[in-house]
Write a protein that binds this ligand. Structure first.
Ligand SMILES: [Zn+2]
Length: 261
């Protein structure tokens, strides 16, 4: 029988996948992972299925952090982008959960290079006061890349973006990746990264409506200051259990999701 801590975390990982699907952060693509609760050199993520259909501990694969390869060579096929997760866990020992998303509200900020994503609401203070960095896989590949982070070398470059306390990185023409010290916080950060993008886009639209090109630039958008971002990030860290309880009930009641963990 597996240790209770492992059973609990597997169940939570399945719930987290369902919550992210329910909120449009994951569709048939994207993934969520956790570091093993008893062995930091292992991480756990779904086999190659749509996150909303993940249902059983048998759907989960244990990978070695240092290689991104499954512990059990007979495991079912996994995601080709699992190296995003393995390289982040290898470089950042304090990270215990990683989410990777292609959410549409965030995508414009991965391609509009003159318009950085920035924290503009208190629920997204974890983004920090500086523009969210954008990782461009094409800078590390030959022409004709499909923009997937298929192997360790590419993922290693992405993992550097999480140095110095950065917890979100955008990926050009692709999506974004968030990290956290626990799965509830990774899920919260993924959801509120998308919500912040929606709000920022709306605010920019309002500003453009009253300040057309060539007109008076006006006062523009007021983003969170460094101090505000730090304080707001602290707030979501201690309060993450509240939305998790609500989001869990939503997926339990929806009728779509199954958790046999
Ligand atoms: Zn992806």
């Amino acid at each position: 029988m597996d240790p209770p801590a492992l059973q609990l975390l597997r169940r939570k990982l399945i719930d987290g996948n369902h919550i992210l699907h329910h909120h449009g952060i994951l569709d048939a693509y994207g993934h969520l992972s956790v570091r093993h609760p008893l062995d930091p050199d292992i991480f756990i993520m779904s086999r190659n299925i749509a996150p909303g259909l993940l249902a059983s501990p048998d759907d989960l694969i244990e990978y070695t952090v240092s290689t991104g390869q499954p512990l059990d060579s007979s495991s079912p096929g996994g995601f080709v982008e699992r190296h995003i997760h393995s390289e982040i866990y290898a470089r950042h020992p304090d990270v215990h959960s990683v989410a990777h998303s292609h959410a549409e509200a965030v995508l414009p900020y991965t391609i509009a290079m003159d318009v950085p994503l920035r924290a503009c609401t208190h629920m997204a203070g974890f983004l920090g006061a500086a523009p969210v960095p954008v990782y461009d896989v094409a800078e590390h590949t030959e022409d004709g890349s499909d923009l997937l982070v298929r192997e360790g070398t590419l993922a290693r470059e992405l993992a550097r973006h999480f140095d110095d306390g950065c917890v979100v990185a955008l990926m050009r023409g692709h999506g974004f990746t968030v990290v956290a010290e626990r799965v509830e916080l990774a899920v919260l950060r993924a959801i509120y990264t998308q919500k912040n993008a929606v709000v920022q886009t709306a605010a920019m639209t309002l500003c453009a409506a009253v300040n057309p090109p060539g007109g008076n630039p006006g006062r523009g958008i007021r983003y969170l200051s460094e101090e505000e971002a730090v304080a707001a990030a602290h707030m979501t860290r201690w309060s993450a259990k509240r939305p998790w309880g609500l989001w869990l009930r939503e997926v339990e009641e929806s009728g779509l999701y199954l958790n046999q963990g």
